[in-house]
Design a protein around this ligand. Structure first.
Ligand SMILES: [Zn+2]
Length: 678
């Protein structure tokens, strides 16, 4: 439900810090008419029109797999965080709690010399623990330990709101344990997937060799990992099916779960991870759980130990010595096309944000986010909520009964802007200067234990699911809330120096997108309290499904890369949110102008009307260049469409767009079969 998927790149380490000049320095940082390619007819390809000149000049930096507004802002945020962290990492015994944690964490991460000198040593205590396991019952203890410190071999264990009682947090056991990004990578026969499997075999072989195993042992280890992961992949539910919460709703007692998988030694596992006592849990995918039980039965103890060790090695590789780092990067390169490893400081900034996000986040918001930013955002959110309310009232296909329920849900949506009211307390987490793997292990354990401690407790609705510097936003169905971290409230999303017509096309559409998620094919299944409950009349439900099918078909016709089509069902919620978000943001702008016809937003500027600037601002957010490898990966895993279709796919459904740009029937940006849900 987030606005944008930040691909889960494993961050990696290099020995050298190469000063890079910014290849995109000549591009305007926010909205600008310089980005427009006026040789293109906006009614033929609006994306090309809005981004054409940008794309002529934009270069994908060698250390990235794409260039897009999110990456631009992320680069800026990384630089801000670097300054904060360098200041905090000066060795000073008088540092306060926060600066000690983030400063020492960052400085231990930046110490590449120590990492190189250590080789595999920092990971040895954990590997030895797995090696020492004598039987399968004891193996579950080792798995529990590995789960606590980060990697997730075999399955995932976590806490989350009960789907039927969101006020209560319960335990979840879910599918997991794969090294490649999706089950498709293990089971599809197309040449690109076969190639990625080969890369994984080479990667595993290389890492085991580096860890001190013979070439034969390492090659065998790779076969073991592939065999076990393929078995797990086969039993994994595909991403499209997982989008339906009904398919993830399998609450049962502990005894029932234990009976499904006797080889799990579940009680022992729960005790090992320090779970509080509880009586029932959600086994998200029971078939997967049975498959893991079978794997535990059929695979030898040695094979299982190899597989668990692999997940330890894989997670640590980016932070061990250079040969491990290089092996890890080679795999990432195959998946994403990234040409060069990121500078170490960038990887260490990201690692600190991942591990101590609400400590670093405090310093980050002190530097970047003022109260006026929050005030302007609150005003925009309010305008968007009013606009969605109007939109729902006017829907010709929805009955008054469902409209009434929708209004109750809309009114119940809470918003979070900038940063949390209450910061996470890291005082019990030990961070030691000069102990990178130890710090990472302890930080992961701290976070896992925090998550597990929530089981069987009331939901803390103040919590945030993203750190403040994150360039993204989200809607949560269980919380029924929209969340906008400080990191995204910058140009080209939100620019204090430009008029609100442009900002409405940027952050306004983001807000509208998140609000619409509350009413997309997933969100509509949750009630105002965040419970999975059908509040629709049967007829309205059918009308809704008819309308989203139109959107699914539309996006399935788009091609992501080569001959690979988008998966219209996987991307359905995001596309619905994009379409709804753009419409309600435009209506909010119209209302704003009606209220204040003398405002800057109401003027024609640079020859563009307010509504034209709205669409140009919208296009600017999605100006994007992507490496083909990444495009392929995202088409398989990302519920969002590529930038081009997030723009053209939306505007061709909008009569408002066609009027704004005087498009004529038959032109490509005038869909003969325009879809509209919200
Ligand atoms: Zn979204």
């Amino acid at each position: 439900m987030r606005f944008y998927l930040l691909p889960a790149f494993c961050v990696v380490v290099s020995l050298f810090t190469i000063a890079q000049t910014d290849p995109n320095a000549s591009l305007p940082p926010g909205y600008s008419i310089e980005n427009i390619d006026k040789t293109i007819d906006p009614c033929v390809d609006f994306y090309q029109y809005a981004c054409g000149n940008w794309m002529k000049k934009a270069v994908i930096p060698p250390d990235r797999s794409q260039w897009v507004s999110f990456a631009e802002v992320q680069e800026r945020n990384q630089a801000t965080m670097r300054t904060i962290l360098e200041k905090a990492s000066v060795n000073d015994p008088h540092h306060d709690g926060i600066d000690q944690k983030i400063g020492d964490f960052y400085s231990s991460c930046m110490d590449d010399k120590a990492a190189d000198a250590g080789g595999i040593d920092p990971l040895k205590p954990e590997l030895t623990r797995v090696d020492a396991v004598k039987d399968k019952a004891a193996l579950i203890d080792a798995i529990a330990r590995v789960h606590l410190i980060g990697p997730n071999p075999l399955f995932n264990f976590y806490s989350a709101p009960d789907l039927h009682n969101a006020d209560q947090v319960i335990a979840y056991i879910d599918q997991g344990g794969l090294s490649l990004p999706d089950r498709n990578y293990y089971i599809k026969d197309d040449p690109k997937m076969v190639e990625m499997r080969q890369h994984l075999v080479e990667y595993v072989t290389q890492v085991f060799t580096l860890a001190g195993h013979s070439p034969q042992q390492s090659a065998d280890a790779a076969q073991t990992v592939m065999r076990i992961e393929t078995a797990l992949a086969k039993a994994s539910m595909d991403r499209t099916l997982r989008r339906d919460p009904k398919n993830r709703d399998h609450k049962m007692t502990r005894e029932e779960a234990a009976a499904l998988g006797p080889n799990f030694y579940l009680s022992r596992y729960f005790k090992d991870v320090g779970a509080p006592s509880f009586t029932s849990l959600n086994v998200v995918n029971p078939d997967f759980f049975k498959q893991v039980n079978a794997v535990l039965d059929t695979e030898s103890l040695d094979a299982l130990k190899t597989y668990v060790s692999w997940h330890l090695l894989r997670a640590a590789s980016p932070w061990l010595s250079k040969p491990f780092v290089d092996a890890n990067f080679k795999m990432q390169q195959a998946l994403t096309g990234q040409a060069q490893i990121q500078d170490r400081w960038k990887r260490c900034v990201d690692l600190t944000d991942n591990s101590l996000g609400e400590a670093l986040g405090q310093r980050y918001v002190e530097e970047t986010f003022g109260p006026e930013g929050k005030q302007r955002m609150l005003k925009m959110v309010d305008a968007l909520e009013k606009s969605l309310d109007q939109d729902i009232r006017g829907l010709p296909w929805m009955s008054d009964d469902t409209k009434k329920q929708a209004k109750i849900k809309l009114d119940a949506i809470r918003n979070k802007i900038g940063y949390p009211d209450a910061w996470r307390d890291y005082s019990k987490l030990k961070v030691e200067r000069g102990d990178l793997i130890g710090n990472l292990t302890r930080a992961n354990e701290f976070e896992s234990s925090r998550q597990i401690a929530k089981i069987d407790k009331p939901l803390d609705r103040k919590e945030w699911g993203m750190t403040p510097p994150t360039v993204n936003a989200y809607y949560s169905g269980s919380y029924n809330e929209i969340v906008f971290p400080a990191g995204i409230l910058q140009p080209p999303f939100f620019d204090k120096t430009v008029d609100d017509a442009v900002n409405m096309g940027g952050i306004g559409v983001v807000i509208g997108h998140e609000l619409t998620h509350g009413f997309d094919d997933q969100g509509r299944k949750f009630d105002p309290q965040g419970n999975l409950r059908d509040w629709w009349t049967e007829q309205d439900g059918k009308e809704f499904e008819k309308r989203v099918s139109c959107v699914a078909d539309e996006y399935s016709s788009f091609i992501a890369v080569d001959d690979l089509h988008l998966n219209g069902r996987l991307t359905l919620g995001e596309n619905t949110a994009d379409n709804g978000g753009a419409r309600i943001a435009l209506n909010a702008l119209r209302a704003m102008i009606a209220q204040d016809p003398n405002s800057k937003a109401a003027q024609t500027i640079d020859g563009y009307t307010p509504e034209q600037r709205f669409f140009l601002g919208f296009g600017r957010v999605w100006c994007q260049k992507q490496r083909p490898e990444l495009s392929r990966m995202l088409a398989n895993v990302d519920p969002h469409s590529p930038g081009r279709f997030r723009v053209d796919g939306v505007v061709q459904n909008m009569p408002e767009f066609q009027k704004t740009w005087s498009c004529k029937t038959g032109q490509p940006m005038v869909s003969a079969n325009a879809c509209r849900v919200w």
